[in-house]
Design a protein around this ligand. Structure first.
Ligand code: PLP
Length: 384
């Protein structure tokens, strides 16, 4: 089956008990045991397993495995759903051991830096931050105890593109695992497992949920690997699992992922082209523009360039804040990946240690009509 069909059917048949076409929302925390002590349905207690979360995990595994999901190769791919993208990220680091070394991008999601610095450095995990678009910098950072290389592409908020297959070869040569945070691209546009990644991490809060109404995360990988087995054990034992209702909302959102990602990408390209011509804008960071340094790699490893872009506004922080203050269709808010367009001054959200340019605005391009988005930005740029 192809991606669009998997997104609608991979996780379920009609409910055998009732014939319901959509998967039921199971809230029960516990399941009946037979007189002989057995659990014929395989469910015992909600933290370990829940039918609605299982359905989402089947769907996410199928989407990241892609068209191979119904062939034998993808059969072993599994997903573990967590209470947030950050809980999923933390489980991956916890799956390592104190004394291990991690290489991460110097522009990795700020919550991931925060976890590495404030939670995992005291625990004994050492991290080096490098420019992931520079293979020589990655090689130079390798140590005998390097166990994991973390990539995020496109990156936040500069939309840098990492050649995932190339970094995967470096990781393999060093005996380290490659983990890809695929939140921004989603499996509709990019399949890191096929490019050599060992694990994929998601904040499902963003495009997978797609409607800015559910917090969640996931780790996806081959079930027979030691690393995924450990992540699964941490999910069940530490218990940062996704709730049934959030699982249900994420399932509902993911059905339309392919179509939403096409819309986000088409609108983002139109907005990026408009902004690239404006005298008020210094730079547009969008991998769909041919002048973007990652354009060729993005064209190779992504089906479409995605719905995120950032701009540097002429005139510094004040001018950038003023543009954001004047939008009416774009909402000033953090986060991304919903149907509504958002605009955000990143440096002031990331805090004092942020390396983000002070005149940068990040735009999550939604599914409104692109002409309305462009008109809104034009009004905000000229200042009326
Ligand atoms: C939002 C985000 C996260 C963290 O996810 P939460 O669900 O907010 O915990 C991780 N990585 C990326 C790229 C994100 O955009």
């Amino acid at each position: 089956m192809r991606f669009e069909t998997l997104a609608i059917h991979a996780d379920h048949e009609s409910d055998p008990a009732t014939g319901a076409v959509t998967p039921p929302l199971h809230l029960s925390t516990t399941f009946e045991r037979q007189p002989d002590g057995s659990y014929p349905h395989g469910y015992v207690y909600i933290r370990s397993e829940n039918p609605t979360r299982d359905a989402l995990e089947r769907l996410l595994a199928a989407l990241e495995a892609g068209e191979a999901a119904d062939a034998d190769a993808g059969g072993q791919v599994e997903a573990a759903a967590f209470a947030s993208g950050s809980a999923a990220t933390a489980a991956v680091f916890q799956a390592l051991a104190p004394g291990d070394h991690v290489i991460a991008p110097d522009d990795v999601y700020h919550g991931t830096v925060n976890l590495l610095r404030t939670v995992f450095a005291p625990w004994g995990l050492d991290a080096t931050f490098v420019d992931m678009t520079d293979p020589a910098a990655i090689e130079a950072a390798l140590r005998p105890e390097t166990r994991l290389i973390w990539v995020e592409s496109p990156s936040n908020p500069l939309l840098k593109i990492t050649d995932i297959a190339r970094v995967s070869a470096i990781a393999r040569g060093a005996g380290a695992a490659l983990v890809c945070d695929n939140t921004w691209a989603t499996p509709a546009l990019q399949r890191p497992l096929a490019l050599g990644a060992d694990l994929v991490v998601h904040s499902t809060t963003k495009y997978l949920g797609g409607h800015s109404d559910t917090l969640g995360g996931a780790v996806i990988g081959r079930a027979d690997t030691a690393l995924f087995t450990r992540v699964r054990a941490l999910q069940r034992a530490a218990g940062a699992v996704l709730s049934p209702f959030d699982s249900w909302l994420t399932l509902r959102g993911a059905r339309t992922l392919a179509y939403r990602m096409r819309g986000h990408s088409e609108h983002a390209l139109a907005v990026a082209r408009f902004l690239a011509e404006r005298p008020e804008i210094e730079t547009v960071h969008y991998p769909g523009l041919s002048g973007h340094p990652g354009h060729d790699i993005a064209a190779r490893q992504m089906a479409l360039p995605g719905g995120m872009l950032s701009i540097l506004v002429c005139g510094g922080e004040e001018a950038a804040m003023a543009v954001a203050a004047r939008t009416r269709v774009f909402t000033r808010a953090t986060s991304l990946g919903g149907v509504e367009s958002l605009i955000e001054h990143r440096a002031s959200i990331e805090g004092p240690q942020s390396r983000t340019p002070r005149n940068l605005l990040r735009l999550s391009i939604g599914l409104e009509h692109p002409d309305d988005l462009i008109a809104d930005l034009e009004r905000a740029l000229v200042g009326d």
